[in-house]
Write a protein that binds this ligand. Structure first.
Ligand SMILES: *Cc1c(COP(=O)(O)O)cnc(C)c1O
Length: 398
């Protein structure tokens, strides 16, 4: 037998973390990494944050799981906090981002169904989108690498180029339920939606009775310096997904909706065994307790500006390698010039300079530090990145 006990769907690298300390990961052999990947935008508070750790420890000892058949003081409290800090009137808790996307798709379809438009089932999504790995979520992207071999997929998706409003509007017909879009694309290459694009989708939804679903699983929850990325655009969605940073590493996601958009989600229409259990709610509450402290988001904005400015200063020194900076706040990406390859450069930074980053589409590498980084972490990152840029040799053509 040659298959590994752990199903080999990830090309796992040699970093084997066994401990985390703030913005650092420590590997099996005691080696230290500056963690500017943060579990792919998950560990918003870094590793071992005392408030978070204590809240989770206390809750494990008190009550970990009960069925959603029972009342949930913990769920009500966190949902209320999220409602108070967003456009939403109601929240469904999930265990992952993809499950939140499933809930968003179901909520949109049910909305039109209960409003007497059962034919409005189609959702327009975008090139390079990433919405997760469930059958529904892979149906919502046109990326072949995620879809090949899994057909037949869920019908009812049309794809338009990201940031191309006219192309998106041209796909709208009497079967369109709405749009689903990442406010800032993560996996696809760290491209922010343009204001014209995001606002244009909102206007089209208002004009044609469609729903705007934002996927803020990566870009939401403080990552861009605002609680939600949509706040940069002066609009609000009808439905939105959150995950990643929401649980700081505890598996937690959420589907948020306005009262109107959630009209169809009545008793019995949706559910989850674990979703919103007391332990998950304690984790989520601890994250919000920290994030809603005065100055937290200002700190993210300031650190994002510093990091971006440092990158901007560094780029001209390595202009054979670095092309442009993308993203917002502490959701940054640097596009590489060929023949450099993002995946390869990320491995080089990791193996030779102890800096963890993440590759993305369009030859971009992502810099997604914990939101609690300080100036010294930025200085260390820039030092490692400069050294890495100097010592990097792109893979030879063959
Ligand atoms: C990570 C991600 C998902 C999927 O989340 P999972 O928790 O892996 O299911 C969906 N959408 C976006 C934008 C993401 O970044």
């Amino acid at each position: 037998m040659s298959i590994t006990p752990l199903m080999p769907v990830y090309p796992r690298c040699d970093v084997r973390p066994v401990r985390g300390e703030g913005c650092y990961l420590i590997g099996e052999r005691g080696e230290r990494y500056l963690d500017f990947a943060a579990g792919i935008a998950v560990n918003a508070l870094g590793h071992g944050h005392p408030t978070f750790t204590k809240a989770v420890q206390d809750q494990v000892a008190t009550l970990m799981h009960v069925s959603n058949l029972y009342g949930s003081p913990q769920g009500e409290a966190l949902a209320q906090r999220i409602v108070d800090n967003s456009f939403a009137d109601t929240v469904f808790f999930t265990n992952s981002g993809a499950e939140a996307v499933e809930c968003a798709i179901k909520t949109a379809r049910r909305y039109h169904y209960v409003n007497g438009n059962p034919q409005r089932t189609k959702i327009i999504t975008f090139t390079n989108a990433f919405h997760g790995r469930t059958m529904g979520a892979i149906s919502a992207t046109n990326q072949a690498k995620m879809r090949d071999g899994f057909e037949p997929l869920l019908p009812g998706f049309d794809y338009a180029p990201f940031n191309d409003l006219d192309a998106a509007l041209a796909l709208v017909d009497d079967q369109t339920a709405g749009f689903m879009v990442e406010t800032v694309q993560g996996e696809g290459g760290m491209t922010a939606g343009t204001p014209e694009f995001i606002r244009g989708l909102r206007q089209a939804c208002d004009a044609h009775g469609m729903l705007l679903i934002l996927d803020e699983i990566q870009c939401g929850y403080g990552r861009t310096g605002k609680m939600w990325a949509y706040e940069h655009y002066g609009i609000t969605p009808d439905i939105m997904t959150a995950a990643k940073g929401i649980g700081n590493g505890f598996p937690l996601g959420a589907c948020l909706a306005t009262e109107a958009a959630a009209k169809g989600m009545v008793f019995g229409t949706h559910g989850s065994t674990y979703g919103g259990n007391p332990l998950a709610m304690a984790a989520g509450m601890a994250v919000l307790d920290v994030m809603t402290q005065p100055g937290f988001l200002d700190h993210v904005t300031r650190m994002g500006e510093r990091l971006r400015a440092a990158f901007e200063q560094m780029i001209p020194n390595h202009d054979h390698l670095f092309d442009e900076i993308r993203g917002k706040g502490l959701m940054l990406g640097i596009k590489l010039k060929e023949p450099a390859v993002a995946r390869d450069f990320v491995a080089h930074l990791r193996d030779n300079h102890g800096l963890l980053t993440v590759a993305a589409g369009e030859n971009v590498f992502r810099v997604l530090p914990p939101l609690v980084i300080e100036e010294r972490h930025i200085a260390e990152c820039v030092e490692k990145l400069s050294a890495g840029a100097r010592s990097y040799a792109p893979p030879a053509d063959d």
